[in-house]
Design a protein around this ligand. Structure first.
Ligand SMILES: Nc1ncnc2c1ncn2[C@@H]1O[C@H](COP(=O)(O)OP(=O)(O)OP(=O)(O)O)[C@@H](O)[C@H]1O
Ligand SMILES: Nc1ccn([C@H]2C[C@H](O)[C@@H](COP(=O)(O)O)O2)c(=O)n1
Length: 228
């Protein structure tokens, strides 16, 4: 690089629901001055558009035919990540129970995946200082040449407890069953399922605090940058 500037670093963080991908990725990106991309928010955004426009979620052909229609724009500042569909801020509506229950079906459709994957690659390529991209298939499919790949895991019990804490008063057992069901759907789809890349570093966060996970990932990025 000219003037001794650091080479942009691409970090892929994958893992099942509730393992801490978003919290960790945002904090690592902020600490290291990198961009941040929440790819789950993009799949939620396209699902929100399908629901809002009356597309039959049980009909993969209808989803495929509509996959190219919504304009999805992701803001990549880790201090203020944003998501817009056709100019509308959808940060809140993409987190509803309705969207959460339908996102696995929509994201399993190959036409949806190729559209969103292309968008993700163009965002990563445009990140001048580098980027942390989090999702389910980033290390395996979207950015197979990422400089560093992390795969976060945690027990279903720990993940359900974290989610129930977030959803104030939600039943832990119901939350646990819902996330196990979503993980099973995301792991078993034919096109780029949730999976650990062979060259990913697995970090089990069950017994770690969030600051410990962040520190672990920051250290891994710094070691990678130092060429260790
Ligand atoms: N190591 C940890 N210890 C305790 N709580 C954590 C830890 N990591 C994350 N959390 C909390 O767990 C919740 C889920 O974390 P987060 O949203 O980052 O997970 P995620 O993997 O991105 O989930 P999803 O894929 O469903 O979006 C948040 O409330 C977060 O603060
Ligand atoms: N790279 C990705 C990211 C997300 N998805 C799908 C599957 C998830 O259940 C859903 C929502 O993700 P979350 O917001 O919970 O991280 O989006 C995917 O298929 N590939």
């Amino acid at each position: 690089m000219e003037n001794g500037a650091a080479k942009p670093v691409i970090v892929a963080i994958d893992g099942p629901s509730g393992t801490g991908k978003s919290s960790t990725s945002k904090a690592v990106a902020a600490q290291l001055g990198l961009s941040y991309l929440d790819t789950g928010a993009q799949y939620r955004a396209i699902t929100w558009w399908m629901v809002t426009n009356g597309i039959d979620i049980d009909d993969p052909h209808a989803i495929a035919a509509a996959a190219g229609k919504p304009d999805i724009v992701s803001g990549t500042d880790p201090a203020n990540p944003t998501i817009h569909v056709d100019g509308t801020d959808v940060a809140a509506p993409i987190r509803t129970q309705e969207v959460t229950s339908k996102v696995s079906a929509v994201s399993a459709v190959p036409e949806v995946r190729s559209r969103i994957t292309e968008l993700q690659r163009s965002i990563a390529a445009a990140a001048a200082d580098g980027i942390v991209v989090e999702g389910r298939d980033i290390g395996t499919t979207v950015l197979p040449d990422a400089d560093l790949k992390i795969f976060l895991t945690a027990s279903p019990e720990a993940r359900a407890a974290r989610r129930s804490g977030e959803l104030k008063g939600a039943d832990v057992n119901a939350t646990r069953e819902a996330l196990i069901k979503r993980d099973a759907a995301d792991s078993s789809r034919k096109t780029s399922p949730l999976a650990k890349a062979d060259d990913a570093v697995e970090v089990d966060t069950t017994e770690l605090t969030l600051p410990q996970v962040i520190e672990c990932v920051v250290t891994l990025v710094e070691e990678k940058r130092a060429g260790k």
